[in-house]
Design a protein around this ligand. Structure first.
Ligand code: NAP
Ligand code: MG
Length: 510
């Protein structure tokens, strides 16, 4: 069979668990006929993209000291979208000074009630402009419009609303203690949920009275600059939030700046470790939200159709660019064939393509670099003897795409079972007892999230108490809420975002 055919069988080694479970060919396939043909429905709301985006420092849009700009492209078309300012150490120094001035002069002294009002205004303006922001998010990052419109933007506004509500109630959040702000916070975010990550970071920091210097990811900076415009329009005092765009060097310079009181980082475990080393002994506070390799566990008494939807949502949502993606599927052996057949059938109906089309399920991979990383790991899975299934869908001619895929015959030592792929690629394994499921699920250096699918509430409680993961979904997956804390154990980082817990990294309790 050819390497590009839907089912590529690796010949070097025999899949390990395949012999132990029923062949999925024994379960009849469903015939969907043409039920899934849709006419194209591209998003048609016009949006204004600037040719150039400047830095946002001290409440103003300013040119970078270097005079240099880099290109942001649309990963679905590879067409240029805008040029983004490249911030250097001098710009960061200006941004930190502006944040310090705003902290000492205005924001650090402002009453919680006034801070809350400002955050409520921002939340309302995000809602008013959410269509425009969703389109920009999709064009710059490649995620389907139905996700940016129906998931990301509502959550962005919800986070600002939620933390606006806390701003004047910190005494109730920490009864018997007095919560004091920390000062100037440096925040560094990744490209998978650009606005949502900005909201998760900025909203609690401001609610607690801190000021911020934020660095968005290089490939997805555009919406952060539109958020800056909202801050200006909402009357947020100058310098309370400063946004500096650039690459990893810009992030390093922010981490190294001596007048930063705390760094909040979301991104890869590799960069997170570098930051932890750089800050050791500096007295600066640190929170890290890093990678994951979550187990999604399907017990034999689970509602299988719902579980299959949960598996799809767990790994193919946002092209698998999700730190908490359910990227290791653990299926009880007795239902393996049934689950795999239904998963395969459902994958055939997923539409991959134009992210601006309202019917698209899976959009573009964020960058060529990320596509190369996914392809390299998938090649390693084949090399190591796992068996690859890929949805046979047509892919657009230009842009960065990866077919929804899963591996069977995976062992715990395979790279596809251990390393974060951060793409639409699932590794399927089986288990025989709940104890084995827990052991396999915990057999990872990460500990961000997990999923359990079962009819029995008692199993959910028992297993959840044994899983070493920060977030555990039961009979659902990838659901987020501003009231609920999110964060990891082990190499997935430390500190929580969301909920009451999300206030803690931004206060000193006395
Ligand atoms: P990344 O390479 O670690 O980058 C994250 C951010 O850090 C970007 O803004 C990046 O800038 C910047 N950066 C790069 N090198 C730096 C350095 N030496 N010092 C300071 N900043 C630096 O991660 P990514 O590839 O963008 O994002 C994917 C990763 O994020 C995955 O591992 C995923 O699991 C993780 N993630 C975790 C969570 C969570 O909540 N736990 C949420 C989302 C994503 P550039 O863009 O210019 O490289
Ligand atoms: Mg882009």
């Amino acid at each position: 069979m050819k390497k590009n055919s839907p089912i590529h069988r690796a010949t070097r080694k025999k899949p390990v668990s395949a012999a132990a479970v029923p062949d999925i060919a024994d379960v009849p396939a469903l015939d969907f006929g043409s039920a899934w043909d849709f006419a194209p429905a591209p998003e048609s709301t016009p949006v204004a993209i600037q040719d150039r985006y400047q830095l946002f420092i001290g409440g103003k849009f300013v040119k970078p000291a270097s005079g240099q700009y880099f290109q942001s492209i649309n990963p679905a078309t590879e067409q240029p979208l805008a040029r983004i300012a490249q911030a250097n150490a001098a710009d960061i120094d200006n941004a930190v000074k502006a944040a310090r001035k705003a902290y000492d002069g205005v924001w650090g002294k402002m009453s919680g009630r006034e801070r809350g009002k400002c955050l409520f205004r921002i939340a309302r303006m995000i809602q008013e402009r959410s269509r425009e922001l969703a389109i920009l998010e999709t064009m710059d990052g490649g995620k389907p419009i139905k996700e940016s419109r129906d998931v990301d933007l509502p959550l962005v506004a919800a986070h600002f609303f939620y933390y606006a509500g806390w701003a004047d109630k910190l005494d109730y959040a920490f009864p018997g203690k007095s919560a004091r702000s920390i000062g100037v916070v440096g925040q560094i975010i990744p490209w998978n949920f650009p606005l949502m990550m900005a909201a998760w970071k900025i909203a609690p920091a401001l609610a607690c009275g801190n000021t911020v210097v934020l660095k968005p990811a290089e490939t997805t900076s555009i919406t952060a600059m539109h958020l800056a415009q909202i801050f200006q329009d909402a009357g947020l005092p100058d310098g309370v939030v400063n946004i500096i765009t650039g690459d990893g060097k810009t992030g390093t310079a922010l981490v190294d700046h001596p007048d930063i009181d705390k760094i909040a980082f979301t991104g890869s475990t590799e960069v997170g470790k570098k930051i932890a080393k750089a800050l050791a002994g500096s007295g600066k506070k640190l929170t890290l939200e890093l990678g994951g390799k979550a187990a999604n566990i399907i017990m034999e008494d689970a509602p299988i159709d719902q579980a299959v939807e949960g598996i799809i949502n767990g790994i193919y949502f946002n092209q698998g660019h999700v730190c908490c993606a359910g990227s290791r599927l653990l299926v009880e052996e007795s239902i393996y064939a049934q689950v795999l057949r239904r998963l395969r059938d459902r994958m055939r109906t997923l539409r991959v393509g134009d992210p601006l089309d309202k019917n698209t399920d899976i959009g573009a991979i964020n960058s060529r670099e990320q596509l190369n990383r996914i392809s390299e790991l998938v090649d390693s899975g084949i090399e190591e003897g796992a068996e690859l299934f890929q949805s046979p869908c047509a892919l657009p001619g230009s842009g960065y795409w990866f077919r929804p895929s899963f591996f069977t015959g995976v062992t715990a030592s395979h790279r596809v079972a251990r390393e974060e792929i951060f793409g639409p690629v699932l590794s399927v394994m089986t288990f025989r007892t709940p104890a084995e499921a827990i052991e396999r699920a915990n057999n990872t250096c990460f500990g961000l999230s997990a999923g359990i699918w079962t009819d029995k509430g008692s199993k959910i409680f028992k297993m959840a108490s044994q899983l070493r993961a920060g977030v555990i979904w039961a009979n659902t997956y990838n659901k987020f809420d501003p009231t609920s804390p999110f964060g990891g154990y082990k190499e997935s980082g430390f500190g929580r975002e969301g909920g009451l817990h999300g206030l803690m990294p931004y206060v000193v309790l006395e």
